[in-house]
Structures are given as structure tokens and as C-alpha cells.
Design a binder for this molecule. Structure first.
Ligand SMILES: Nc1ncnc2c1ncn2[C@@H]1O[C@H](COP(=O)(O)OP(=O)(O)OP(=O)(O)O)[C@@H](O)[C@H]1O
Ligand SMILES: [Mg+2]
Length: 308
């Protein structure tokens, strides 16, 4: 029996016992990680997409909590200089901009399916990890919102350092088939914020992100979260980000103020021809330069731009 099935079944039994009602038959969920024999295909649910789509029917808040209770509780020691929402002071410089970014994303969400969001940029050190981690934090600041932050930058993982936690087990362990989804998710001091670090023993990042298992992971965990924020490597030097984007609903592009050349930013956008660019974050603006910078990039992209 799959571990998800086990957890769901237990939760449903508890729920039924509490309500004195009949127990739901969770059989289809057994297909989540059970091999599907051809002759049994009509009795099982072989497609992880279909399974993921069915999960919310079983996943009452109680059962989701039951499943997520299996994730490791870790003692994070975040870098309070850059993790803007982790010291209890929500008025630090930059916090307001992240709240603006949050409301713009909710605005976009009214027009399109938007849960799995890839954060990328053209070049290294433009603020992808800074943006993805603070965005995840501001999203869980809203009551009841559950967020999963994934470090999919297998070439230069940094999120675990920013959050002050361990790098593994993590994404690479899942992609290599060494760990299941609950073994790689951890939670720290912030309620409802879950984190998948990069993982350990990463030898061939391109092969790992392209082996198809990331999509399966996202399909499995998607019903458990309101948002899934994925940090990625820079888009121009390597192709990982464009591969990752195919498993996501949209792309958020970070541009470094006074640093990223506009033709390079434009080229990075071309790496995602089929993906929805949901916005541009202009990172590292000075207070004086922000309005002009915003004007410049809106003219360039005609998308929602947020300055940080
Ligand atoms: N707006 C900001 N305010 C303060 N510090 C910032 C800001 N943006 C980025 N930083 C800091 O700059 C450094 C580089 O940022 P970050 O790691 O987010 O870039 P990156 O694009 O993810 O880099 P890489 O391509 O190497 O993954 C980090 O130390 C980060 O904390
Ligand atoms: Mg980074």
C-alpha cells in the first residue's frame, strides 16, 4: 500500500469515526505509487495527473495535516538580514514590495491557473533565491495559506543556507528515486511554510531536472498546497530553468536593477516561448530610481513589474 494511501485511509477512518459516517473508499489513490499492470488498468488510476486531480476529494484539511505531519520539523536558523519575514518585523525595507507582488500574483490568478511558479532570471546573482524565499514567506503570512518552496537550482543551491537548514534529503534524492515526497519536505518555525532543499550527491543536474520526475513530484504534492514556488538557476547559461518551467504554470522573471542589460533580459524571456510570464521583479532598486526603473521595464515587457 502506498504511503499516501496509508495516510489518506487513516485520515478518512478517523474522520468517519468522528462524524459517525460511512468510510470513503480510497481505492483509486492506491495507484499513486503502485505499479499498474496492463490487465488491471481499467480498475486502477494509472495517470498521476488523474490521481492528483482526485486527491482533493479525500484531502480534507484534517487529512492534509495528517500527511504533512510526516515532514521533518527542523530548527532553521535563517539569515535575518535577507529573510525579511522571519524576525517578526513585517515592516522591514522590501516587505511592502513583496506584499505588492503577492497581490499582483493573486490578481493574475483570477485570469489563469497559477499555483506552481518558477522564479528565474537571466544571469547569476540577480536575486532569484532572495525573491523566491521572501515570496514564499509573504504568501504564508496570509492566514491558512500553505506554501511549498523548492530549491531546484541543483547547480548552485543556496536556499538552505538562507533558511539556515540542511541541504538534504532533498530534490535530487527524489529525482534519483532515493526518497519519497514526504522525506524531502521539511518545515521550520514559520507555520505553513514547507521547504524542499536541493538534496545531496548531485552529479548531473541537467539529467536530473530533465528526467520527468519533477513533474510527478509536483502533481503529487500540488493538492496539498496553495502555492508552490520554485527557485531555479539562471536561464541564459544553462537550460535547466526552461526545462523546469514546463512543469510550472508560470514564470516570474527577476531583473537586477542597474545590472541586467535589457537585451540579456529579453533573451532570457525568449528561453520560455511557451510559458506564461506572469511578471517581472526589478530587484535591488534604490528608492529614488524605482519609479523610473519601473517605467523602463514596463515599457520593455508590458507586464506587471514589482520593484524590490
Ligand atoms: N533586494 C535585495 N536586498 C538585499 N540583499 C539581496 C537582494 N537581492 C539579493 N540579495 C542578496 O544578494 C545575493 C545574491 O542574491 P541571490 O542568491 O538571491 O541571487 P541568485 O540570482 O539566486 O543567484 P544565483 O544565480 O547564484 O542562484 C544574496 O546574498 C542575497 O541575499
Ligand atoms: Mg539562487
Amino acid at each position: 500500500m502506498s504511503r499516501i494511501h496509508e495516510a489518506l485511509k487513516k485520515a478518512e477512518q478517523e474522520r468517519a469515526a468522528n462524524q459517525g459516517g460511512a468510510q470513503l473508499d480510497p481505492t483509486p489513490v492506491a495507484a499513486v505509487d503502485s505499479p499498474v499492470m496492463p490487465e488491471m488498468a481499467s480498475h486502477r488510476v494509472p495517470d498521476p495527473v488523474a490521481v492528483a486531480a482526485m486527491m482533493p476529494a479525500f484531502a480534507s484539511p484534517f487529512s492534509v495535516d495528517t500527511m504533512l505531519a510526516r515532514c521533518a520539523h527542523m530548527e532553521w536558523k535563517p539569515d535575518l538580514g535577507t529573510m525579511l519575514f522571519m524576525n517578526g518585523d513585517d515592516s522591514k525595507r522590501g516587505t511592502e514590495e513583496f506584499r505588492t507582488l503577492r497581490s499582483r500574483l493573486y490578481h493574475m490568478r483570477e485570469k489563469m491557473t497559477l499555483k506552481k511558479l518558477l522564479v528565474t532570471s537571466a544571469l547569476p546573482k540577480e536575486g532569484k533565491s532572495f525573491t523566491s524565499s521572501n515570496l514564499a514567506q509573504v504568501l504564508v503570512r496570509q492566514h491558512g495559506r500553505r506554501v511549498l518552496l523548492i530549491d531546484a537550482d541543483l547547480r548552485g543551491p543556496r536556499l538552505h543556507l538562507m533558511l539556515g537548514t540542511t541541504a538534504g534529503p532533498g530534490l535530487s534524492d527524489y529525482l534519483q528515486g532515493k526518497s519519497d515526497e514526504f522525506a524531502i519536505m521539511q518545515r521550520g518555525p514559520m507555520e505553513n511554510l514547507f521547504f524542499v532543499p536541493s538534496g545531496t550527491g548531485i552529479e548531473d543536474p541537467a539529467e536530473l531536472v530533465g528526467n520527468g520526475k519533477l513533474k510527478v513530484l509536483l502533481q503529487r504534492v500540488e493538492p496539498l498546497f496553495d502555492w508552490i514556488i520554485i527557485d531555479s538557476p539562471p536561464a541564459i547559461p544553462v537550460s535547466d530553468a526552461s526545462v523546469l518551467a514546463k512543469a510550472c504554470d508560470g514564470v516570474l522573471m527577476v531583473v537586477r536593477s542597474n545590472s541586467t542589460p535589457s537585451d540579456v533580459a529579453r533573451k532570457a524571456r525568449e528561453e520560455f516561448p511557451d510559458q506564461a510570464l506572469v511578471g517581472v521583479v526589478l530587484n535591488g532598486t534604490s528608492d529614488e530610481a524605482a519609479p523610473y526603473a519601473r517605467y523602463y521595464y514596463e515599457a520593455y515587457e508590458k507586464r506587471q513589474t514589482t520593484t524590490v
